[in-house]
Design a protein around this ligand. Structure first.
Ligand code: SF4
Length: 462
């Protein structure tokens, strides 16, 4: 990484050691420094490795998630994603072994074992995922041994997740640990009785706000059967059968490319990277899936599907586009969205002037660099003060981010849209794009910005 040539201390004033984490795209060398621990004096907004694992597994609808640690680890990550379910709501329960002082001294294995037995009796879950946290790791509780014993006694699936928070500064490692729990303990253990030639899994689709339900009908129209979405709106037994798929399509490449590669190695399932956010991306994803199966009937259906999807879309988008044309956007989102949304905004006539993420690794920033225009800011792990300075200096019309950044933007007079785990509107597929345009337009074009032209002075002084 050659940051010397591309990262400038002129962008905003910040700590010396943070300057190289913010850069401006200029040719191929434009990558910010990334994937490093937070520095003393700045507060990083990242979650921990345990949170990274929890976020991957939490959407499995009929599973219980038991956090083996003090209550705080569980409460901070309870209902961490707005993943929807068409059936069981068991995954919405928050469970913790609630380790306290005496457990730290005498060990927490007995308490964990009793908790598993009781939860199994109360809820008869599809599986219980048991998460290691920093505290259970430090006191040396053997969660794998406890899970094994509990599994023998209950006859239910009890799956250990070795996700001690201190393992890394980046939650990406937690995503991989969550994927490991699935590949080591679940995928490959179920039987599929009626195979079809067009069985697939959607890997890295978490059904946030119901995104999966915008993609599923498109694939089903083509004659494709989804064995499991990993992990959105799936039950434990769906995922257990995932090894029978002919293809994995990978939506969130940041969290789940790792799993797709492992499934390719273990079960010989090829994978395709897809993106159902935006019109071109949806068409390209459909086209690539159809090319993979190389089936004439499916090709004909794809043509109809795309024509129907595009029908009247331009007409319906006209008003939004007329209001949004030339407006600027700053993205500060999870790794995958930091590059996969860029084209979607261009399709609305908007310009992405900044893209950044809190937990990006080098590969994520390469993806961002490859899709953004010259002169775009690329930002790694900006703290609140840095983000505020960037918004003040570059004055985007819209910030796309999560709940933590919402009020920073609004108080600066910058429109805000949530595109994180807790958003309430589904944006995937053709219909989702229309919803996306509507929400972006509502945020940017509201009359409130005419009234509140000046941002609050107190916050701008910082
Ligand atoms: S104690 Fe460790 S596992 Fe729990 S939330 Fe904090 S960093 Fe994560």
């Amino acid at each position: 990484m050659d940051n010397e040539k591309t990262c400038s201390s002129e962008i905003i004033e910040t700590f010396k050691s943070r300057e190289s984490h913010i850069c401006i795209k200029s040719g191929n060398l434009s990558l910010p420094e990334c994937d490093t621990p937070g520095i003393p004096g700045t507060v990083t907004q990242r979650t921990c490795v345990f949170g990274g694992a929890r976020i991957v597994l939490m959407p499995i609808t009929d599973a219980l998630h038991l956090v083996h640690g003090p209550i705080g680890c569980a409460s901070c990550t309870w209902d961490i994603r707005g993943s929807k379910s068409s059936d069981s709501k068991l995954y919405k329960q928050g469970c913790s072994s609630d380790l306290t002082e005496s457990d730290i001294i005498f060990g927490g294995e007995r308490k964990l074992y009793d908790s598993i037995i009781e939860l199994n009796k109360l809820h008869d879950p599809g599986a219980i995922f048991v998460y290691a946290t920093c505290v259970s790791g430090v006191i040396g509780d053997d969660i794998s041994a406890v899970c094994k014993k509990a599994e023998e006694v209950t006859g239910s699936r009890v799956i250990p997740v070795q996700s001690e928070g201190f393992q890394d500064h980046n939650k990406t490692k937690g995503h991989w640990i969550g994927c490991d729990a699935l590949i080591d303990n679940l995928i490959g253990t179920g039987n599929l009785e009626d195979e079809t030639p067009f069985d697939i899994n959607i890997v890295g689709e978490f059904n946030v706000a119901g995104d999966l339900w915008g993609v599923k009908p498109l694939l089903e129209f083509l004659g494709i059967r989804i064995i499991s979405a990993i992990t959105g709106d799936s039950k434990v037994e769906d995922i257990a059968k995932a090894h029978n798929a002919k293809l994995n399509i990978v939506q969130c490449q940041k969290s789940s490319n790792y799993l797709a590669k492992k499934m390719e190695k273990k079960f010989n399932i090829p994978s395709l990277k897809v993106n159902f956010f935006g019109i071109d991306s949806t068409i390209n994803s459909i086209t690539e899936i159809v090319e993979f199966f190389n089936d004439n009937k499916m090709k004909e259906k794809a043509q109809v599907l795309i024509e129907n999807g595009l029908k009247n879309l331009d007409e319906k988008l006209k008003t939004y586009r007329s209001r949004l044309k030339g407006k600027t956007v700053a993205l500060y989102v999870g790794g995958n969205k930091a590059w996969s949304l860029v084209r979607a905004f261009e399709e609305l006539g908007m310009e992405v002037i900044m893209s950044g993420t809190k937990n990006g690794i080098k590969e994520d920033y390469e993806n961002i660099r490859d899709v953004v225009k010259e002169g775009t800011l690329i930002v790694d792990d900006a703290n609140s003060t840095e983000l505020m300075k960037l918004l003040k200096k570059y004055k985007p019309n819209l910030l796309i981010s999560g709940a933590k950044e919402k009020y920073i933007a609004l108080k600066l007079g910058v429109a805000f849209c949530d595109f994180n785990h807790d958003r309430i509107s589904a944006f995937a597929g053709f219909k989702g794009f229309l919803e996306f345009a509507k929400e972006v337009d509502a945020a940017v074009s509201t009359n409130v910005w005419k009234v509140a032209k000046k941002p609050f002075k107190t916050i701008c002084k910082i």
